[in-house]
Design a protein around this ligand. Sequence first.
Ligand code: NAD
Length: 473
Amino acid sequence: MSDSIDYKLFINGAWRLGGNGADLPLLNPATEHEFGRVAVASASDLDDALTSAQASQLQWSNTPAEERGALLIRAARILKGKIDLAAASLSTEQGKTLAEAKGEYARAVEMLEWNGAHAAKTSAPYPIDGKRIIVPEAIGVVAAFTPWNYPAVLNARKLGASIAAGCSVILKAAEETPSAGVYIIEALQEAGIPPGVVSLVFGSPPMISEHLLASPVVRALSFTGSTPIGKGLAKIAANNLQRCVLELGGHSPVLVFDDTNLLKAVSAISEYKFECAGQSCNAPSRILVARSIYEECLARLVRAAEKIRVGAPNDPTTDMGPMANARRIEAMERLTKDAVDRGAKVETGGRRIGRAGFYWAPTILSNVHPESQVLHEEPFGPILTVAPFDTIEEAIKEANASDYGLASYFFTDSLELRKRMVRSLSAGAISINHLKGVSADAPNTGIKQSGYGYEGGAEGVRAFQTLKLVNGG
Ligand code: NAD
């Protein structure tokens, strides 16, 4: 092993360097300085991962579900004991604050625990009637691809569900944030996962996904990332008819009606919007406000954004760290310029902060032209657009105008309006009077360009199972 490689591949129960000796640099987004290296998988490393996943698959799916669940719960405990160390690494490589990184790891632990606690139930046969039963079976080897924004939660969710279902899984975690995959796999290893059941690879994303999906050994694919990449993977998966779970981001509206507690709404919006520098798939991005309270709401949102302390992620007084990479800064510059060129007003922010580090000021745009890119492209950063509405119909139309359909939020005290909004909003998840959504115990999905398939809850385990119908005599 070379000491200069900080994060290695995990294949067939052992850590290794990439077969070609290649590696990639790791960049600290707060300083733009290199702080480490991550190993790159070669084609033969991927073949080894496929061979060991296939070899372990049958034995793992025949392992009693209670044992699989107990292993996940042991791994969750081990990971819990390392949260401080793991969160420090995540914060350095991703740019989120230390407090956010710890919060994320707490949720990652919950993902492993929940899947562990429900492995037996989700794998148990159940009757249709006196003669027929359904036997849930592991679908086979899973290829999982996770991004850099919430690597701990997303790795834990995909690994937890596939391991609980009885699948072997090959995880390609984000090259820019490798430590979360390493900490979680180490916890699984320490908990006793058999060789081959989990593999961890990094490298060239298209090379790895094309290589893995070209193999008929892989029976399902789970991807979180952008819509164009997700669509490309679904096309490749069609060749071998691999089942897809695609979580492809969003452009979530928040509707603020005039009968709500405005202070509560503004504080919930700004708290969640600027978490992880706005790089959450279900972050609110389009705020639609009843005309009668529009000016006040806008002024309060601007004040809340200006109070956010942007700074080094390891400084405990920081509320928001840098963006994760230079691509996001370029996107913020492009989206802001395009909106301003079309007549938008920058109420606050709209600029990069400082010289080193990918810092972008919390930004609020008003008077945004409907054709502006920021209203159509997932902003994935600390940018909010705010606009007034005059009627409920107009609010619903605007909220549903996006091609995405991941999350929608609204604030109202009216029971009648709640029912109507739940019926009318096109999104996989709706939150009323708050902005929390994803949890280990509930299924989550996107609609429209936000993807398909479920993660979370029993449905998240079912995503990696076949329900075999057994007809009795
Ligand atoms: P991207 O879509 O290129 O990459 C997102 C993730 O997918 C990365 O971790 C990358 O390694 C992986 N990836 C890229 N190409 C792949 C391939 N061919 N096969 C397998 N994995 C692949 O984009 P990005 O520049 O990292 O982020 C840009 C956009 O992606 C964001 O603006 C946002 O819209 C979206 N995104 C969404 C989420 C989410 O949680 N839904 C997370 C990250 C990024």
